[in-house]
Design a protein around this ligand. Structure first.
Ligand SMILES: Cc1ncc(COP(=O)(O)O)c(C=O)c1O
Length: 309
């Protein structure tokens, strides 16, 4: 992945080659680093790319820090830093910003973590699923998404990705495009880096947050947008059998955006060619991401976070 040359690291603007994590840091020794992936979308009228759903991402990052018992490294500065990142790198195309709070201090496992902010960006357009009009063949893995008994599922910390990565590699080696992890009860949870939705008889279903999934910002967008399009949504418990007999399905997330699913474990979704509800949501999403930025709907954002996350 190409990284734009100017990055923010330890309170300074440096070149990406200078942003180096010390070998003895808590981050390197114990896999500690809380992060967010945020999309920048280029406006239709030209100009620099702007962050989409930034308030929601910052809210989730604050909750990740709290869950990991990291002090705040200065989240309130992030909106300005991200604007400056786009200016310094003159970003005029769709991009992906990674914000991380990484403990760079050396220490033993039980010592306090002192996170420092880093903010980097990479060019990122549509992934191949939307670009090439393809749908994913997914495997439902036997591997579990770590439960709240293992680590806080709502904390986006790098170590949480080690197990899901192994599930993903195994699925690819078995000839699938990706996988869905289960939770400790064997019910469907999410993909390694995306939320899961199934459609049956015109209704959208997604695992509830109590199913040990990350409170995905894109998932929350679907939950509040679908009803406005006349599509009922339900947060619930989902089984493999329900995936095998779905009409449609898709994965969604900030980086992935939307990826239609054709099959689970080789069982084709009934409407895997037409995918009417998935397509309707994708159209709405791309209208939304490029809407001119209006005044921040602070109450609405807080309300959404409160209800869904
Ligand atoms: C484990 C996991 N689930 C779901 C998602 C999708 O979340 P979001 O829509 O906030 O990007 C991500 C990506 O951040 C993720 O890492």
């Amino acid at each position: 992945m190409t990284v734009y040359p100017h990055v923010f690291f330890q309170d300074r603007w440096v070149s990406s080659a200078e942003a180096v994590v010390p070998i003895g840091s808590l981050a390197m020794r114990y896999g500690l680093s809380v992060f967010e992936g945020i999309r920048l979308y280029a406006p239709l009228d030209g100009g620099r790319a702007r962050a989409f759903l930034l308030a929601e991402h910052l809210d989730r990052m604050g909750r990740s820090l709290q869950a990991m018992r990291f002090p705040d490294p200065g989240l309130s500065a992030l909106p300005d830093i991200i604007t400056e990142l786009a200016e310094r790198n003159d970003i005029r195309q769709d991009a992906y910003v990674r914000v991380a709070a990484t403990p760079l201090n050396a220490g033993q496992l039980g010592e306090p973590a002192l996170p420092r902010l880093s903010v980097t960006a990479s060019p990122m357009g549509r992934k191949r699923w939307l670009n090439e009009g393809r749908s994913m063949a997914l495997q439902i893995s036997d591997r579990e998404r770590g439960s709240s008994a293992v680590h806080p599922p709502h904390a986006k910390n790098i170590a949480n990705y080690a197990g899901p990565r192994l599930a993903w590699l195994a699925a690819k080696e078995a000839g699938f495009d990706g996988c869905v992890l289960v939770n400790r009860h064997g019910r469907l949870a999410e993909a390694p880096t995306a939320a899961l939705f199934l459609v049956r008889d015109g209704v959208l279903y997604t695992p509830a947050l109590s199913e040990d999934v990350l409170p995905s910002i894109t998932r929350a967008w679907v939950l509040r947008t679908a009803p406005t399009l006349g599509i009922p949504v339900e947060e619930t418990e989902l089984t493999r059998q329900q995936a095998w007999s779905a009409d449609e399905a898709f994965l969604c997330g900030t980086g992935l955006e939307f990826a239609p699913v054709a099959s689970f474990d080789g069982h084709l979704c009934r409407l895997h060619e037409k995918q009417p509800i998935t397509r309707r949501l994708v159209i709405e999403y791309f209208q939304d991401v490029r809407r001119p930025a209006g005044p921040a709907p602070a109450q609405e954002v807080a309300g959404v976070s409160g209800r869904r996350d």
